[in-house]
Design a protein around this ligand. Structure first.
Ligand SMILES: Cc1cc2nc3c(=O)[nH]c(=O)nc-3n(C[C@H](O)[C@H](O)[C@H](O)COP(=O)(O)O)c2cc1C
Length: 179
């Protein structure tokens, strides 16, 4: 699969097989996640690989989303992405630790596909609860987590806005030329 196919084929998966995944594959995926660009190459991200059923169960519940709770139990891993804001920058009111982390997460999501594995980024969760489950220190932010495993069912792609709505040419909201 080339990079376009990988990106176009990715969908968020919320139903997983319980099939095992070698830890080596997970490490390989996280290695390339860490190849993402980051503010001053400071690499603020931290990953926690969770394979304990007790913690996976609690992480799922922390989302308060039944479908995510089920996915976190089914998938052999939940990968929790954290960041140290001190290892990134702030400019124009934007705290770039979230941006750096998101780039790493996108790498992770796409690299997972190269191993036939699936993901679903979860951003809606109770951070305090997640920190408690995994002993994450006060100064660290929990950015997102994802179940990681083999898809049980692959849903249809969700729709995207038309390019006319999101891509402009030379100036704000100027239409993109054809050809
Ligand atoms: C920052 C972020 C947070 C998300 N949080 C959740 C979530 O809490 N629960 C969920 O089911 N999906 C979550 N998603 C997945 C989105 O709903 C999904 O990416 C979007 O609907 C597009 O679908 P697709 O990923 O299949 O293309 C999140 C995605 C992102 C990028």
């Amino acid at each position: 699969m080339n990079v376009y196919d990988t990106i176009n084929n990715r969908v968020s998966i919320r139903s997983y097989k319980s099939d095992k995944v070698e830890l080596e594959k997970v490490k390989k995926i996280i290695d390339v996640a860490c190849m993402a660009p980051s503010w001053g190459n400071k690499q603020c991200w931290r990953f926690i690989i969770v394979d304990s059923m007790v913690e996976k169960n609690l992480l799922g519940k922390a989302s308060n989303q039944p479908v995510i709770a089920k996915a976190c139990i089914e998938a052999p891993y939940v990968i929790v992405l954290c960041a140290n804001p001190k290892e990134s920058g702030v400019k124009n009111g934007i705290e770039y630790y979230a941006f750096d982390s998101a780039l790493a997460m996108e790498n992770l999501v796409l690299a997972a596909m190269a191993e036939d594995l699936s993901t679903c980024v979860v951003g809606w969760f109770d951070e305090r609860v997640v920190k408690g489950i995994l002993n994450i220190p006060e100064n660290i932010k929990v950015i997102a987590y994802t179940p990681l495993g083999y898809a049980n069912e692959i849903p249809k792609h969700s729709t995207r806005k038309k390019p006319e709505q999101t891509v402009f040419y030379n100036t704000w909201e100027a239409p993109l030329k054809n050809g």
